[in-house]
Structures are given as C-alpha cells and as structure tokens.
Design a protein. Sequence first.
Length: 227
Amino acid sequence: MTAGPYQQKRKSSVSSVGEERSNETSPSPIATVERVSPPQAQLLLQDALAREGEAYGMLLDGEPERARKPLLDAAELYRRSWEAAGARSYGRLIGMLKAAVLAGGGGQEAAYLRRQLGPEVDSPVASYALALAALVAGDDEGARAGAAGMRDDSDAFARTAEAIEALADRDGARYAGAVTAIVADFEARDRHLTGVAIADTALVLERIAAGRGIAADLTSTQLPTLI
C-alpha cells in the first residue's frame, strides 16, 4: 500500500538516535542518550521509536486500523528494551504503556508496569509511569498518588499531573482545561521524540478520558482520530 502524505513527509524528519526515551524528563520530551544502556537495549529502543513513528504517521494519515500493528510492535519493543536496559529507564515503560493504550489495549502492560515498579518510587518519571498505569487499571487513588509525585518536576509534568488528577476525580471541566494546555504545549514544539508532530500524551489521555465519558474532543492537527 502506498504511504500516506504524512508518512512520506516523515522520512526526512525522523529524530536521530540521540533523541530517545531512556530517561524522560517531561511527557514525550527530547531526551539525551542513556550512555550506560547495553547495546542491545539501545537497538531495541531505536526499533521501538521507529515503529512508534510509523504508527503515528498512519494515524495522522487517517489510517488508525493500519496503525494498530506497529503500535503493538512498539509496545513490545519498549518492554524488551526496559528489561535489557536495567532499572531506571522508566521512559521505556511509559512508551510501552502509551503505545498499548493507543492500540486499544493497555491492561496487561499496566499490570506489568506496576509489578516492575512496585507501589513506591523515587522520581517524577517513575511517578508518571505509575500514575498512567493506575488510570488504565481503574485505580483512581493510585493515579492521584502518582500525579502528586510528578508535580515538583517540569511545567510539562505539572500539566500532565493536573490532567491525571482530573481524570481520577472524573472532573470533566478540569480535565478539559488541563489537556488543552498539554496540546498547546505540543503544538509549540519544533522537535518531537519520534520525528512526528503529534500530541501523544494528550492522545493517550483522551483515549482514557473517553472510557470515562469525559473526553474533551479537542480539534488539533496533532490529535488524529483513533479506532
């Protein structure tokens, strides 16, 4: 099948190896390479980013069903990369869960993430991972606890924490304000982790919000339609 216009455009804009999820410092940031990662872990991470970028291109080209397979591939590659990289590469777990949620699942990945990290963590990135997994699992108290651990980090983390807490509280108006701010931040960025201009954090939150009946249904070139 011929690639859509966004997928063709992406070929000249994909991120370099140095832009990866090894230790995320904000939701979907451009991060530095984790120099201590074993070579196999780094190769798996590159493959995960590539598949994720392919899927995002398909979503933006209006092909959500075609995007499901590369999203599932990306989730599996992120999981394998986490297992190969060692204990503080939390961004890989976040990447795994986001890809799985966008593929229409996420329950098994959320359970896996929570087993890997346990109930108590010591960093905002790990708190983000647990908060997102708790939302997917329907554990509102756990989502609130994880969001609280995110708030002392960057503005991007604070915005995402606000959206997660609002989802846990089933507060549609508060959630809409928070996710609107997240989309605006993504729209202002000139570089994206996978080389694809897509508000993936907001997209994942909107999928979860839809399941709770409080999706904001925003309109943005960076928020494609999901299946």
